[in-house]
Design a protein around this ligand. Structure first.
Ligand SMILES: [Zn+2]
Length: 295
């Protein structure tokens, strides 16, 4: 076992190794000063009757360790966020569905508002229903919310009802308790008439359990407001009415527009005038262009 003297020497040695004398350092009043930040790398302490000069960290070294520590924490946070996103989405592609890359549409603005106020919505268990025509960006907007919230460390899940049914079935036994561990669940593409009785029963159980626990959900659906009123599954719909804000997604079919824009871009890339003159081409080449394989 080390005595006190040996212990002090050991600490001195370790500190020296952590903050050694380098070129530019100088001595003032018997104390080593850092040539870079001009603060002491050593200090005097008295143990018993004896004065010791022991190493300490100068300011630039303290800053260096702080930066290292922050970097380590940031890396840990990034890793955790990647893990949350991996858990949240079935497809890694959806991790790219973010507000930063989205257009300034009404539904995106609504989704942004919801994500920004999520702390409050979470406390109150307030959710959202995005309803309306196909291709109006409902799933995209909901995925943007999930990405914004996982960035902040919330546990989210973006799923469809058939996937949810698989995930909740444990050898035929319905297990939904784990869904209450998730801060926000997105149920994508809900449609009462598309699902069978068992799936709708599961959906009711899930929605009911979440809302009883005051936990929010987001639902996206192609159903119209009228469908919700006349719909055969009033139990689910009335629960959604209680706990969600309904927002109608309007606008041009997003997918159709993307295809159209792509087509326009390709067209725009083609020069207005052909770079070759067809009249000067030999007959065989022209015929070759239109060869239908019959000759
Ligand atoms: Zn220094």
């Amino acid at each position: 076992m080390m005595n006190l003297e040996e212990l002090v020497n050991d600490i001195e040695k370790r500190c020296d190794e952590a903050n050694p004398k380098v070129k530019g350092d100088y001595v003032e009043d018997g104390i080593l000063i850092c040539g870079n930040c001009e603060t002491p790398k050593q200090c005097k302490i008295t143990i018993g009757a004896k004065e010791h000069i022991v190493p300490c960290l100068c300011e630039c070294k303290i800053e260096h360790y702080k930066r290292e520590e922050n970097k380590r924490k940031q890396e840990k946070t990034n890793k955790y966020i990647s893990y949350l996103k991996e858990k949240a989405f079935a497809s890694p592609n959806m991790e790219k569905w973010r507000f930063e890359f989205s257009e300034d549409t009404e539904i995106i603005n609504e989704a942004k508002k919801y994500a920004a106020g999520f702390e409050n919505h979470f406390t109150k268990g307030e959710g959202l229903v995005f309803y309306g025509d196909v291709g109006t960006g409902k799933s995209y907007a909901a995925a943007c919310v999930v990405n914004a919230l996982t960035d902040k460390g919330y546990r989210c899940m973006f799923t469809t009802i058939p996937n949810l049914a698989n995930e909740c079935s444990d050898y035929g036994i319905l297990k939904i308790d784990w869904l209450l561990e998730i801060d926000l669940i997105v149920l994508d593409d809900y449609s009462a008439h598309k699902n069978n009785t068992a799936t709708l029963e599961l959906l009711y159980e899930v929605i009911n359990a979440r809302l009883n626990a005051n936990l929010p959900i987001i639902v996206t659906t192609n159903m119209s407001r009228e469908d919700f009123v006349k719909d055969e599954n009033r139990r689910i719909n009335s629960r959604l009415y209680q706990a969600c804000r309904f927002f109608e997604a309007k606008g041009e079919d997003r997918r159709k527009r993307i295809y159209r824009d792509r087509a326009n871009n390709i067209y725009a890339a083609v020069p207005n005038k052909p770079s070759y003159d067809k009249t000067k081409m030999s007959r065989s080449v022209i015929e070759g262009d239109f060869n239908d394989g019959t000759n």
